[in-house]
Design a binder for this molecule. Structure first.
Ligand SMILES: [Zn+2]
Length: 132
């Protein structure tokens, strides 16, 4: 149990690091908006498809699945959960519910934070590029 917990903490560490990296990009003036946009997009993709989180899909017992999963959008090894996560992103009201579940654990918070920061950063960088 202890080993597993350490691994999960390390997972949220990487997600938080991605968040910090996005902020740091803006703090260094020599980095152009093109690079910021590209790196931010990379962080978003990492969080959506690679960052270690819990699966958080609905199980038959009406609880959420606590299996390890990669990325906010992808479920665990159970194929039905993968579909559930993907359709959850499309269905009305479901994203809010999914988000609340995702935010109930540290790695989910870290991944969501980085994804949001990455999205904002990528859009801001794109706008900067267009305005110039
Ligand atoms: Zn699952």
């Amino acid at each position: 149990m202890v080993g597993r917990k350490t691994k999960r903490t390390l997972g949220s560490f990487w997600s938080f690091l991605a968040f910090v990296a996005v902020i740091a990009l803006w703090a260094i003036p020599s980095i152009g908006p093109g690079v910021i946009a590209a790196l931010s997009a990379f962080v978003v993709l990492y969080c959506l498809f690679q960052a270690p989180t819990w699966c958080c899909a609905n199980t038959r017992k009406n609880e959420f699945c606590r299996n390890n999963a990669n990325g906010i959008l992808l479920g665990c090894h159970i194929r039905q959960h993968k579909w559930q996560k993907l359709t959850m992103a499309v269905k009305e009201q479901a994203p809010a519910k999914a988000l609340r579940r995702m935010l109930s654990n540290m790695s989910g918070v870290a991944a969501s934070l980085s994804a949001v920061a990455g999205t904002i950063s990528a859009s801001a960088a794109t706008v900067t590029l267009l305005v110039k």
